[in-house]
Design a protein around this ligand. Structure first.
Ligand SMILES: *[C@@H]1O[C@H](CO)[C@@H](O)[C@H](O)[C@H]1NC(C)=O
Ligand SMILES: *[C@@H]1O[C@H](CO)[C@@H](O)[C@H](O)[C@H]1NC(C)=O
Ligand SMILES: *[C@@H]1O[C@H](CO)[C@@H](O)[C@H](O)[C@H]1NC(C)=O
Ligand SMILES: *[C@@H]1O[C@H](CO)[C@@H](O)[C@H](O)[C@H]1NC(C)=O
Ligand SMILES: *[C@@H]1O[C@H](CO)[C@@H](O)[C@H](O)[C@H]1NC(C)=O
Ligand SMILES: *[C@@H]1O[C@H](CO)[C@@H](O)[C@H](O)[C@H]1NC(C)=O
Length: 497
């Protein structure tokens, strides 16, 4: 979300403001020093690790093992990529052959790296209870006001030693309470730099500096927990201000940083673990039409999780080349590819293996307030969600927390939370960023919870095959603001309704 009108109003004043200094992070002496570590589920027995360096690596390697004193496995790749305006290279390695749900220690091979650890993914069909946190619309933090004072944009934030972005801080403090994180869009908000006119001359550098700082701030979480990314409008280009689009430099258009950062670390859908041949064929089709990091799926224990792209690649997609957001991006696949992927992927899910199906994207269609919903997203996706029995739709973009009763075509399911046929929907867009919170506004009658008083995020607990708990957590205090449980019978192995 962004308030374009406030920028136009501010223009005359801004011209008089002093030029801000670009405050890039220091380049380390050892250019192989890893920064911005990010882990992800990559397969049933595989985890990817991405990181950035201030020089191109000819070979990127990671050593790992189940004991901190014996990192006996080694994975390497020669992937090291950059783009026009970036000072860093993105590196990526896949750690294969992992024993499920086991602690692994890892060290990026460098003259200057430290050891980290993570828990490998649960096997699809493992019915152990676990929690998954949801953060969307996160943003950088720092003493210069990003996140903390949503009005101040005079200097680029500096990373403070204290981890006190309230949401990142809470994720750090509760690190043993959840196993994975999903983040469907809007990461660093580096494009918001251009919202202040006097910043324009240094916009190109500032954009990169903010990205470097944001992903370094996130590394204590993303380098510790499996952290799944998909795109939001703030990843699209240098600015959301339409008149600036033409001025965006190469490297700051068309999701470039997002692609470099995540294209080699987000997974393709897993091969089906169902014994049903038709499900196996559908899963194979989903694999060939997925396009990570834009649209893809993965499985983790009881959950089949699909990440969709609400920005490009469906009719009237808001960030598409003729889209309403005027962000002139994509397409990233062939015409119809994303929807073809989604149908095949959902149809392939064997509920006896993964009873829970969650689909997450950036822009919602069910939301409080007026003018916040994405109608073209609803037109493209809602019927598919319903037909294949999606249990929960997870969105952000609107900067607050919301929960809706199971609903389809704007009508609440008569069964409510007791075995509904329609999906339940949440918005978890209140994680905190420089734009601040959005007021709740008018509430549709299927609204169950709406909160915009402080930064917050969601935590989803897969309790068992029939119960899913959704909590909203106030980032600054850890208080549970709202808790609900969705009951689903999940008696049908392949849902088509
Ligand atoms: C080693 O890495 C740390 C960050 O992890 C960095 O602050 C330091 O400058 C690096 N040292 C050298 C010699 O590059
Ligand atoms: C990478 O390879 C190039 C060309 O072979 C060489 O000049 C460069 O020093 C190497 N870089 C590193 C970090 O080893
Ligand atoms: C961040 O944490 C430090 C130390 O805990 C504190 O001094 C500072 O005020 C905090 N900043 C904000 C904005 O909460
Ligand atoms: C096999 O899976 C398909 C969906 O891919 C489903 O329609 C069909 O009923 C399943 N067959 C059996 C025997 O479960
Ligand atoms: C954006 O990137 C994709 C993939 O590289 C490309 O196919 C598409 O044409 C680009 N879109 C624009 C508007 O440049
Ligand atoms: C929702 O509306 C669409 C389009 O009008 C229709 O095709 C679909 O059957 C409706 N779904 C349900 C469950 O009512």
């Amino acid at each position: 979300m962004v308030g374009i009108t406030s920028v136009y109003k501010a223009l005359p004043l801004l011209a008089a403001s002093a030029l801000a200094g670009v405050n890039y992070p220091a380049i380390p002496e050892d250019l192989t020093t890893p920064f911005q570590q990010r882990l992800a589920v990559y397969g049933p027995n595989a985890v990817s690790l991405g990181w950035n360096t201030y020089e191109k690596l000819n070979q990127s390697c990671v050593v790992y093992g189940t004991s901190a004193s014996s990192l006996s496995s080694r994975s390497c790749s020669s992937a090291s990529s950059t783009y026009d305006t970036s000072r860093t290279w993105s590196n990526a390695v896949v750690l294969n052959g992992l024993t499920p749900a086991t602690t692994y220690y890892y060290k990026i091979v460098s003259g200057n790296s430290t050891m980290g650890h993570f828990m490998s993914p649960r096997t699809p069909g493992d019915k152990t209870s676990f929690s998954m946190d949801v953060v969307i619309d996160l943003g950088v933090y720092g003493r210069d006001g990003f996140t903390v004072d949503s009005k101040k944009k005079d200097t680029i934030p500096v990373v403070e030693p204290e981890l006190n972005h309230s949401t990142i801080g809470r994720l750090a403090q509760t690190v043993n309470d959840y196993e994975i994180v999903i983040h469907p869009g809007d990461f660093g908000y580096s494009d918001d730099w251009y919202l202040k006119f006097s910043n324009i001359l240094q916009g190109k550098e500032a954009y990169q500096a903010i990205l470097e700082q944001f992903y370094e701030q996130l590394a204590p979480i993303a380098g510790r927990k499996l952290y799944m990314a998909s795109p939001g409008n703030h990843e699209a280009d240098c600015s959301e201000i339409p008149y600036l689009l033409e001025l965006c430099p190469e490297g700051q258009k068309n999701f470039t940083d997002f692609m470099h950062r995540y294209e080699k670390t987000m997974p393709t859908p897993f091969a089906s673990s169902s014994s049903n041949k038709s499900a196996q064929a559908l899963a194979a089709k989903a694999r060939s039409s997925a396009n990570p990091p834009f649209w893809y799926s993965f499985e983790y224990g009881m959950a089949h999780i699909v990440m969709i792209d609400t920005e490009t690649d469906f009719p009237d997609a808001p960030d598409g080349t003729d889209g309403s957001a005027k962000l002139n991006s994509g397409p990233f696949g062939k015409s119809g590819q994303q929807l073809e992927f989604l149908k095949a992927d959902l149809a392939s899910v064997d509920r006896s293996v993964t009873p829970w199906v969650i689909v997450a994207g950036h822009r919602p269609w069910y939301t409080t307030g007026t003018g916040n919903g994405c109608d073209s997203c609803q037109a493209a996706f809602e019927n598919i969600f319903y037909k294949y029995g999606v249990d929960l739709g997870v969105f952000g973009h609107v900067h607050n927390s919301q929960r809706f009763a199971p609903v389809v075509n704007g009508t609440a399911d008569v069964n409510g939370m007791e075995n509904p046929k329609a999906p339940m929907y949440i918005i978890a867009g209140g994680a905190g960023n420089i734009e601040g919170l959005s007021s709740v506004g008018s509430k549709p009658d299927y609204t169950e919870f709406a909160y915009a008083d402080d930064y917050s995020y969601a935590s989803i607990t897969f309790v068992d095959e029939k119960n899913l708990k959704v909590d909203f957590i106030r980032s600054s205090t850890g208080d549970i603001l709202d808790s609900s449980t969705l009951y689903k019978e999940h008696g049908t192995q392949f849902i088509v309704q």
